[in-house]
Design a binder for this molecule. Structure first.
Ligand SMILES: Nc1ncnc2c1ncn2[C@@H]1O[C@H](COP(=O)(O)OP(=O)(O)OP(=O)(O)O)[C@@H](O)[C@H]1O
Length: 264
């Protein structure tokens, strides 16, 4: 189907909220069973060639819960996130989303899982607004154009809406990737260092966004180097070192132990 045909597809009219970091009415979460496990990783490991970069990890993430993955460069965080997203197969173990085998190609999963990964993929000839329109329309979002204006304002991108990716600053590009995740329905958000390249104000708004997501029942798996962000939004942290979980638990407890020299 041609892009113009997609963009001109009629959508039913809905009212959207005026306030920032609100969700589109059609994405408002129905009451979910509290603590229902959405994402389940069981004994997941990864080996590249001879090198085991991830020792078996077991992790459960429920609706409305945030787990932050922390650890040094090369400790295996992004590998674990890609496996959790179904973008990469584990060497051993399994991943399920709401009871389904995790597979990025499964439309039932794609409709409910938003990923901001560690690679930037965008169309050089589509503007910021057109990227958001593409995502929103592909996910059947009603009143997509109006909703996009709201998201553009929320991510501080309104004055760059007509810019091409090549004309964005690195922080604006990161804001676009986040906006692409916000503009569509989601029950699970998988984020790889979303704070990267954001200025302090944008980072504060990211924390507010994540808290709003959690309050709305979205499950969030967050790879971050920013311990303040983990302390602010995460219910639990998991610390990796050389592919192995070396600490996990409540953020304040784990990070206080880290500060005493156990886990950095
Ligand atoms: N496709 C690949 N082939 C071979 N080795 C890989 C591949 N992808 C990652 N690795 C290695 O796996 C290890 C874990 O990488 P990963 O990107 O998961 O770390 P990370 O904790 O996310 O690091 P960072 O904080 O720097 O983003 C690293 O030693 C990396 O070099």
């Amino acid at each position: 189907m041609r892009a113009e045909a997609i963009f001109s597809r009629p959508a039913p009219s809905v009212e959207w909220p005026d306030t920032r970091s609100e969700r589109h009415p059609s994405m408002a979460k129905k009451p979910t069973e509290p603590r229902k496990a959405l994402l389940q990783l069981t004994g997941v490991s990864r080996t590249y060639g001879e090198r085991q970069v991830l020792q078996p990890v077991t992790l459960k993430l429920s609706a409305g819960e945030c787990v932050a993955l922390l650890g040094h460069n090369g400790s295996g965080k992004s590998t674990l996130l890609r496996i959790a997203a179904g973008r990469e197969l584990p060497t051993s173990g399994k991943v399920t989303f709401d009871g389904l085998p995790m597979d990025e190609g499964d439309p039932r999963i794609r409709a409910r899982v938003a990923v901001v990964g560690d690679t930037v993929a965008c169309y050089p000839d589509l503007s910021v607004r057109e990227h958001l329109l593409l995502v929103a329309v592909a996910h059947g979002v009603a009143d997509a154009r109006a909703w996009i204006e709201h998201v553009l304002a929320d991510r501080n991108l309104a004055d760059r809406a007509d810019a091409l990716p090549s004309a964005l600053s690195s922080g604006q590009m990161q804001a676009l990737l986040l906006a692409c995740a916000m503009v569509r329905p989601r029950d699970l958000l998988l984020l790889d260092e979303p704070e990267q390249r954001l200025d302090p104000d944008a980072r504060r708004r990211l924390a507010e966004l994540l808290k709003a997501e959690l309050a709305d029942g979205v499950a969030v798996l967050l790879v971050t180097h920013h311990t303040d962000l983990a302390l602010e939004v995460a219910d639990r942290v998991v610390v990796l070192e050389d592919g192995q979980v070396v600490a996990k638990g409540a953020p304040h407890t784990v990070l206080a132990e880290g500060a005493r020299g156990g886990v950095r």
